[in-house]
Ligand binder design. Structure first.
Ligand code: NAD
Length: 353
């Protein structure tokens, strides 16, 4: 048994179909009485439904969250927080809405109850990325960690199929990199393999029938486990590449993770035999990188960075940027091999071709 350090985050997890009905009780349990409900404009009806459940405990709603947590939007929300004498946050939505809640918590230390509706996993991490003047900066601080997470798969039934698939594979990416993290440990390995199994086995049923409540519940359980992995250990090449590609070429978050993952895993494979064996067991295939590519293809997910809008001229730039700021990776960073991976991802070829 290897030596390890394991630190768990102190969040309270409430899991199950219909559990959103418990939101008022959770607000009262935290001793709050004037919460602000956050959402995107697209989910304002969901925000209103949560506000209705909260009744007089809800002081206001703010349905202005957008991707990448722009500071300008946070400042608008902060005005509402001040004017409404808000004493807590209820964020209902995906990583974008949760990011806004974290940005408010960063400035105020207000308690947060999060009701996730995608599989991105931000609700169980102490990571926050904020964008100002076109640059996204990420920091890790326990100040932004939500106090309570309510996982109610009923709220994911309307998540469009395409986003369900890419969001699910985004979650799998957290667990894949956790399996070979420098600061990994056996507890996180268990969560990672179980999370990958749960998501990979439920996505085909979700694509076949988006209203399959059992499959949605299984995927959300997997998303919690995979998000916990992201929050617990360091990420490497895959996350670095996606962050760089997303920021440099303005590519969509979950789709970029979906396209890059098989290639980043193929690159690291020779250096991480233990992780590859665990992935082979979780995915039921001998070649996990190819298995992830085939999973995405079979579910109709995007396979190429070209289709996401990246220009061919960006391949070399991305390879240079991937090596720009030194970071730990299980396999040393080799420019030409990384360039080959990005080129294969750009073309949408299977990993290793
Ligand atoms: P998102 O939150 O941007 O949601 C995408 C769109 O889908 C939005 O319009 C949203 O309103 C809509 N939507 C969400 N759930 C829905 C549902 N159930 N039904 C119908 N529509 C729904 O997407 P995301 O992938 O969850 O989040 C991406 C963002 O989260 C990125 O900015 C990323 O950097 C961040 N993120 C942060 C962390 C972290 O730990 N800090 C982790 C993962 C992702």
């Amino acid at each position: 048994m290897r030596e390890f350090v394991y630190a768990s985050h102190p969040a309270r997890i409430v899991f199950g179909s219909g559990r959103v009905a418990q939101v008022a009780a959770e607000v009262e349990r935290l001793g709050l009485g004037r919460v602000l409900v956050l959402a995107t404009d697209a989910q304002k009806d969901t925000a209103q439904a949560v506000a209705d459940l909260l009744g007089p405990l809800c002081a206001d709603t703010f349905a202005g969250a957008v991707m990448h947590t722009p500071v300008a939007v946070t400042e608008q929300a902060m005005d509402v927080v001040s004017a409404g004498r808000i004493d807590g946050i209820v964020a209902v939505g995906g990583g974008s809405t949760i990011g806004l809640g974290k940005a408010i918590a960063l400035r105020t230390d207000l308690p947060q109850i999060v009701i996730p509706t995608t599989y991105a996993g931000s609700e169980v991490t102490s990571i926050i990325g904020e964008t100002a003047d076109g640059i996204k900066r990420t920091q890790t601080t326990p100040r932004v960690l939500p106090e309570v997470v309510i996982y109610d798969a009923d709220l994911t039934l309307g998540l469009p199929t395409g986003l369900s698939v890419t969001s699910g594979i985004n979650a799998i990416a957290h667990a894949v990199e956790a399996l070979y993290a420098k600061d990994g440990n056996p507890i996180i390995d268990m969560m990672a393999t179980e999370g990958i199994r749960a998501i990979a086995s439920s996505l085909p049923s979700i694509v076949e029938n988006p209203g399959d409540a059992a499959a949605r519940t299984e995927a959300q359980y997997g998303a919690w486990l995979c998000g916990t992995c992201l929050g617990a250990v360091g990420m490497s090449l895959h996350h670095k590449l996606c962050h760089t590609l997303g920021g440099t070429f303005d590519l969509p978050h979950a789709e970029t993770h979906t396209v890059v993952l098989p290639h980043a895993l193929h690159y690291n494979a020779p250096a991480v035999p233990r992780a590859m064996a665990a992935l082979a067991r979780a995915l039921g295939r001998q070649d996990p990188a190819r298995a992830l590519y085939d999973l995405a293809a079979s579910l109709g997910a995007p396979l190429s960075l070209r289709d996401l809008g990246m220009p061919a001229s960006g391949i070399d730039e991305a390879a240079d940027l991937a090596l720009a700021n030194a970071y730990w990776n299980p396999r040393p960073l080799e420019r030409e091999a990384i360039r080959d991976c990005i080129a294969a991802a750009w073309e949408g070829l299977p990993p290793g071709t």
